[in-house]
Write a protein that binds this ligand. Structure first.
Ligand SMILES: [Zn+2]
Length: 309
């Protein structure tokens, strides 16, 4: 009997040591930087992008990326991005909606953290007399609660691919999506375009290279990266949750193993996507969805001089 207890205790200690080690820094090997040309883009001169922050929730850096400090309390952004394009506007993700408290209450207790709520996307658009008829839909980077809560108030189609369509049918982490999307049309787009910046296939939304969605997968079945190329020549990559904070790219720091197991359907595929993004990071501004700092170069919708339209 004592032998069994000793074995159980040793196994427990070994598991704890392995868990602790998985939070230590372990940078991914640096990929070769992308040296080829960036894909052609001919965005219309009046295309613009704005950020619509809807709130934040707290997480510690040590849970966000390997090597992050326990004492480093981060505010995770829940921010939507509005792409204004003469052929019709798009949102990328929807942020927190009016019922986000209920969405948070439905999470397992260990995932509920202190949060701050701002105005919803709908309220921010209304405040500037935005013409909702201009909005073609909401492209979701993936179907987790903190990206889709605000879909509830946005009566426009949800743009998603077939792999994400399969994910939302079965995944526990898509419960909020199933709730808020039940009264929405789904626009299923296909990855009908060529490889794009190292990703295997793409979908060029406006056929002008200004907004190109690529298949990343791994975080959810159909998680995506959205490349946005406005007419001022800047290039942006909205990478969803390939990493939760910019250090995932700058330090090549993955999520700690335990968080990978909780958050990602296929961690190895997330790693592949992250390495592709790291290879581009000198040439393209990378926006992890939850890094408040990464949105700085994008003007805020409510403080812009742009009125409705
Ligand atoms: Zn997220």
């Amino acid at each position: 009997m004592i032998y069994i207890w000793t074995c159980a205790a040793l196994a427990g200690i070994a598991a704890a040591l392995i868990a602790i080690r998985s939070f230590r820094p372990a940078p991914l090997p640096a990929p070769a930087p992308w040296t080829g040309p960036l894909p052609e883009a001919s965005p219309p001169a009046d295309m613009t992008i704005y950020r619509l922050p809807t709130g934040t929730y707290e997480n510690r850096a040590f849970l966000a990326y390997r090597g992050g400090a326990f004492s480093d309390l981060r505010k995770f952004a829940a921010t939507a991005v509005l792409v204004r394009h003469p052929a019709g506007d798009l949102l990328i993700d929807a942020g927190f909606g009016a019922n986000v408290e209920a969405h948070i209450a439905a999470l397992p207790s260990y995932r509920r953290t202190p949060h701050e709520l701002g105005d919803t996307v709908r309220d921010q658009l209304r405040a500037k007399n935005y013409d909702m008829a201009r909005l073609k839909g909401v492209v979701i980077t993936h179907a987790h609660w903190d990206h889709v809560s605000g879909l509830e108030e946005l009566d426009v189609p949800i743009w998603m691919n077939q792999a994400e369509g399969r994910y939302v049918e079965r995944a526990k982490d898509a419960a909020v999506f199933r709730d808020v999307a039940s009264r929405r049309d789904i626009h299923h787009y296909m990855f009908d375009g060529p490889p794009y910046l190292g990703f295997p296939s793409s979908h060029d939304v406006y056929r002008d290279g200004s907004v190109v969605i690529v298949e990343a997968g791994g975080h959810t079945d159909g998680s995506v990266v959205v490349f946005v190329n406005p007419p001022d020549g800047r290039r942006f990559a909205f990478i969803g949750d390939l990493t939760w904070q910019t250090e995932g790219v700058t330090l090549r720091a993955e999520r700690p193993k335990m968080l990978q197991l909780l958050a990602d359907v296929r961690p190895a595929q997330v790693r592949d996507g992250l390495l592709r993004i790291i290879a581009l990071a000198d040439r393209i501004h990378v926006l992890p969805a939850h890094d408040v700092r990464a949105y700085d170069p994008i003007p805020e919708w409510t403080s812009s001089s742009n009125i409705g339209g």
